[in-house]
Every structure is written in structure tokens, then in C-alpha cells.
Write a protein that binds this ligand. Sequence first.
Ligand SMILES: [Zn+2]
Length: 168
Amino acid sequence: MEYSKEIIEKYYDYSPKDLVDAGICPTCFDRATGGHVFGDDSKNRIYEDADIDCLFVGNPRADGHAIISTKQHFHDMSEATDEINKKIVCFTKQLMLAIKEVFGCERVYFCTMSDGPMNHYHVQLIPRYAFEERGSRNFVKPRKEYVYDKEKLEKVKNIIENFAKNYK
Ligand SMILES: [Zn+2]
């Protein structure tokens, strides 16, 4: 979504939830404002190209919690092309493998909701560690501060960048 200067000024200090409720896409608004909604993501970024954006979440439910979102605005999977959906799923698989390898979790849960009057297509990858019980409660584990780990970020980045080179 494109937002005018007037809209940006009006909603500048809204939280992501309030933006959604006001019918403003928080992801597109964040990109239009150079990261005003979600903050500087230079220490979270795993990968990006013309179609998708791959980040560690700023308020993760577990270490290694990541999202993949589309560059173009779609409310959710149902609006995106099959080509984009295929790409999201293929990158999700690779990111899942990379998170397991680098973070040492037992499993990575996969979900997508993009609810509310206005939202932006993104999928979430939430690790479940050996010390945690299995089950759907892992989807709603309490959120915490993101801890930047340069080494782990670089390892995951390398895996995904190498995968992306051969992706058609
Ligand atoms: Zn959007």
C-alpha cells in the first residue's frame, strides 16, 4: 500500500495494533516511514529480494522466531499469487532447517494469521526447544526482547542466501 504524506502524519505514532484497527497496513506503513513502526531492523534482517523479506522478530516468542513477509501488499495468502505462495513455502522450509541447525531447537512451528481490517501477508516460524512441552501453546508463548547474536544471524543469513542463489 502507498501512503500519502497526510496519512503518514496522521498515523505516525500509532501502535501496530492501532494501525490495523484504523485500516492502515503496519508493514507498508513501517516501510513508508523507514522503520518507524517496528524500529531499526538491520540486526534482525536475514534476507530480502524483490518479492520477500525475511527477519528475526523484534519481540520473539522464542529465540530464533522469524517471519517472512511479501514485498508487495497482500492481506494474506488468499490474495497472493501461487508463485509468491510457493516461494514463501520454499523459503519457510529452508529457514526452518536453518533455525533448527543454528539455534538447536527441536522443532519449528509454522503459522500465518494476518487478521484484522488491514494486515500484511506474513508467515511466522516459532521454535520449540527440548525443554518446552509440545503443543499449540507454543504459538502463544509470551513475547520477549530480541537478543542480537551476530554469529547466529550470519550463519542463518548464509544458509538462506545460498539457497536463494539457486531458487527459481
Ligand atoms: Zn502492507
